[in-house]
Design a protein around this ligand. Structure first.
Ligand code: CAA
Length: 260
């Protein structure tokens, strides 16, 4: 069944999405991308989901890239459509008003690194491998790699990755701030779910506003980005979460957020 290509499990308020195409190291073909988009829409719309963890099936690979067999025969026009479609799906992650954590459990190459870069946090296994090897195939990253990586680590470091196509160990991803934390393979998923759960317990309206302010503010001049932040801050004061969060602090009790 198509739906099995991206498994959806619940761990309390956390939705765990597992890309499940193990025979191809979870490479993203059109079917996987279509189901991934559906799953992302599903968890975005489900009010009981407060945070998402995205991982790959098996212990070898997160996602080994876009499907090379499918891309091999694309015309330039089809390649443009493929890149735009992939970018739109990854943008769903960035635009989702909930935290999305990538648990990178193995190879995250090409579209795999790009998918992780669209997430809010990257936790990686000590065995993870990152890289944008597209130039070894005679193409360039097409799912946002040249842009998100350069914005994250700076264009010099990004050029080192993109122009060589080299594959980097998890430690290098950590050093450059691509990965936030490294974990032993057997504890990675629990660590990702625990972090997602913690984020999910914060005020959902505030978390959504904070994520939106960071993502939307990134490309604006500072003065405009600060205006955007002030507007998002004010927006929180329209929520019962704000009243609950502050009242709970003053009453010395844990807050019970509703996301309203
Ligand atoms: N697309 C299609 N199939 C893939 C794949 C991919 N990206 N990555 C792996 N597979 C398939 C292999 O073809 C192989 O299938 P068969 O068993 O049917 O032969 C299976 O997965 C297992 O792979 P390997 O036998 O190659 O496993 P390995 O342990 O020897 O090597 C690897 C692992 C280093 C990840 C290697 O598979 C590899 O280099 N994969 C390609 C990585 C890559 O170049 N990714 C970038 C793709 S381009 C892209 O993503 C463009 C974009 O930005 C949108």
């Amino acid at each position: 069944m198509d739906g099995d290509l991206v498994l959806l499990e619940r761990r309390g308020a956390v939705a765990l999405l597992t890309i499940h195409r193990p025979k191809a190291l979870n490479a993203l073909d059109r079917q996987v991308l279509t189901v991934l988009a559906q799953r992302l829409d599903e968890v975005a719309a489900d009010r009981s989901v407060r945070a998402v963890v995205l991982t790959g099936s098996g212990d070898k690979s997160f996602v080994a890239g876009a499907d090379i067999g499918e891309m091999a025969q694309l015309t330039p026009e089809q390649a443009l459509a493929f890149a735009l479609a992939g970018q739109a799906i990854l943008s769903k992650i960035e635009q989702m008003p909930k935290p999305v954590i990538a648990a990178v459990n193995g190879y995250a190459l090409g579209g795999g690194t790009e998918l992780a870069l669209a997430c809010d946090v990257i936790l990686a296994s000590t065995r993870a491998k990152f890289g944008l090897p597209e130039v070894t195939l005679g193409v360039i990253p097409g799912f946002g790699g040249t842009q998100r990586l350069a914005r994250l680590i700076g264009r010099n470091a990004a050029r080192r990755w993109v122009l060589s196509g080299d594959v980097f160990p998890a430690e290098e991803a950590l050093r450059l701030g691509v990965a936030h934390e490294l974990h032993a393979p057997e504890t990675l998923l629990d660590a990702a779910v625990a972090l997602a759960d913690r984020m999910g317990q914060r005020g959902p309206v505030a978390v959504a506003q904070a994520k939106g302010a960071i993502v939307r503010g990134e490309d604006l001049p500072l003065n405009e980005a600060l205006e955007l932040e002030a507007a998002a801050f004010a927006q929180c004061f329209r929520s019962s979460d704000q009243r609950e969060g502050m009242t709970a602090f003053l009453e010395k009790r844990p807050a019970k957020f509703t996301g309203e």
